[in-house]
Design a binder for this molecule. Structure first.
Ligand code: GAR
Length: 216
């Protein structure tokens, strides 16, 4: 059984989709803990209602980013995670944290990276006039919203889209993409070779989802 630790800051819809898929699809994994830096995160209550173990490490309680990262790393490490899943975790993690979990730390970002790292990705995509937008799951490196790309979901931009309508469709694509990627990782279908990600043929074949474009 692999151990998953999921870090959230807010609603936690990606976390919930991953936890549900883990249970329903009988992954060889369990969600050991859901940890939030925000005590009021809606996702925490939802995770508790699902019977998941929840914890709070509130960033405001630490004088420096390094102190917060170190406390968080300790709590994460206590669950001996095979994979640490950032799911709407809105704190930048420093190299101390990222290097400690290198190769077992992944993130989802609401754009087709390397386009639009950072915040307000949907508004920036509309302003730029891109015809395709989407979401990216990647291994985390110390650089913000960067690191080897595992998979992307492509969402066409419609002429009548506004920020809200585009965000809704990108979120829907995230809810397909992220569980599919985590399932692949816990089944050893994803490997990191240097800066490149390799997916097994089984993983590519297993998910016949047309709007997911894999990295290889
Ligand atoms: C998701 O859309 C995720 O891509 C984004 O936060 C949202 C969290 O939603 N993450 C980032 O912007 C990270 N840079 P959720 O809490 O409902 O899963």
């Amino acid at each position: 059984m692999k151990s998953l630790v999921i870090l959230i800051s807010g609603r936690g819809s990606n976390m919930l989709n991953i936890a549900r898929a883990c249970a329903e699809q009988q992954w060889p994994a369990r969600v050991s803990a859901v940890i939030s830096n925000e005590p009021e995160a809606a996702g925490l209550a939802a995770a508790r209602d699902m019977g998941l173990a929840i914890e709070v490490v509130e960033h405001r309680g630490y004088a420096t980013r390094e102190a917060f990262d170190s406390a968080l790393a300790g709590r994460v490490e206590a669950h001996a995670p095979d994979l640490v899943v950032l799911a709407g975790f809105m704190r930048v993690l420093g190299p101390g944290f990222v290097d400690r979990f290198a190769g077992r730390l992944i993130n989802i970002h609401p754009s087709l990276l390397p386009s639009f790292p950072g915040l307000r990705t949907h508004a920036r995509a509309l302003d730029a006039g891109v015809r395709v937008h989407g979401a990216t799951v990647h291994f985390v490196t110390p650089e913000l919203d960067a690191g080897p790309i595992i998979a992307q979901a492509v969402v066409p931009v419609r002429s009548d889209d506004d920020e809200a309508s585009l965000a809704t469709r990108v979120q829907a694509s995230e809810h397909v993409l992220y569980p599919a990627v985590v399932a692949g990782i816990v089944r050893d279908q994803v490997s990191l070779e240097g800066a490149r990600v390799r997916l097994s043929p089984q993983m590519r074949a297993a998910f016949g989802v047309s709007d997911i474009v894999y990295a290889d």
